[in-house]
Ligand binder design. Structure first.
Ligand code: HEC
Length: 158
């Protein structure tokens, strides 16, 4: 058999095989590939779940600062950054406000943590809180008013 005939037969077999292949289905993620992607995207949610995470991490950050646990404080800032970065990928309409926070407000908090001084930390945390609320106002959800934590619920302490 000539080489180009073999090549043609292999190609034909591949085409027939791919036509017969059904999309892989999960237990509840089903449908066409596009439908499956839509389902997965929907379940990733938007900013709301990220904000619940950020709300938690914001509190952990505060108590880390009171404990002078600067490594833990840095860790929480890293995760706030990651969570918000992904959230604005999912919700591009919030990108402008999100980028502002990531490029201006977050670095100020990072540098306060790096100084390793609770008094400086507390002053920066006050400003950080104002920035959270500034975004809530910009994004027309001012009723989410963030306040400095008063009750410690963290299971992490020094
Ligand atoms: C990009 C702007 C933006 C920034 C920055 C931001 N938020 Fe939010 N936040 C939102 C939006 C928008 C919502 C409402 C969620 C929604 O509409 O999906 C929200 C909601 C929340 C919620 C309620 C979540 C829930 O569903 O129970 C908390 C808690 C929260 N934010 C905390 C914070 C804290 C703490 C900070 C600062 C460290 C912060 N946010 C910074 C935009 C922002």
């Amino acid at each position: 058999m000539k080489l180009n005939v073999v090549f043609f037969l292999v190609l034909l077999a591949a085409v027939i095989f791919s036509c017969n292949t059904k999309p892989v289905q999960g237990d509840w993620i089903t449908g066409t590939e596009t439908e499956q992607l839509n389902t997965a995207e929907k379940h990733f949610r938007g900013l709301d779940v990220a904000m619940m995470e950020i709300g938690h991490r914001y509190q952990e950050l505060y108590w880390a600062g009171q404990d002078e646990n600067w490594e833990y404080a840095t860790y929480q800032l890293d995760k706030i950054k990651l969570s918000l970065t992904h959230a604005i990928e999912r919700r591009p309409l919030r990108k402008e406000s999100g980028d502002y926070f990531l490029q201006n407000d977050l670095p100020l908090m990072y540098s306060a943590v790096q100084k390793g001084d609770t008094a400086i930390f507390n002053e920066s945390f006050r400003i950080f809180t104002i920035s959270c609320n500034a975004c809530h106002t910009k994004e027309k959800v001012p009723f989410f008013h963030v306040n400095k934590p008063v009750v410690r619920t963290s299971v992490i302490s020094k």
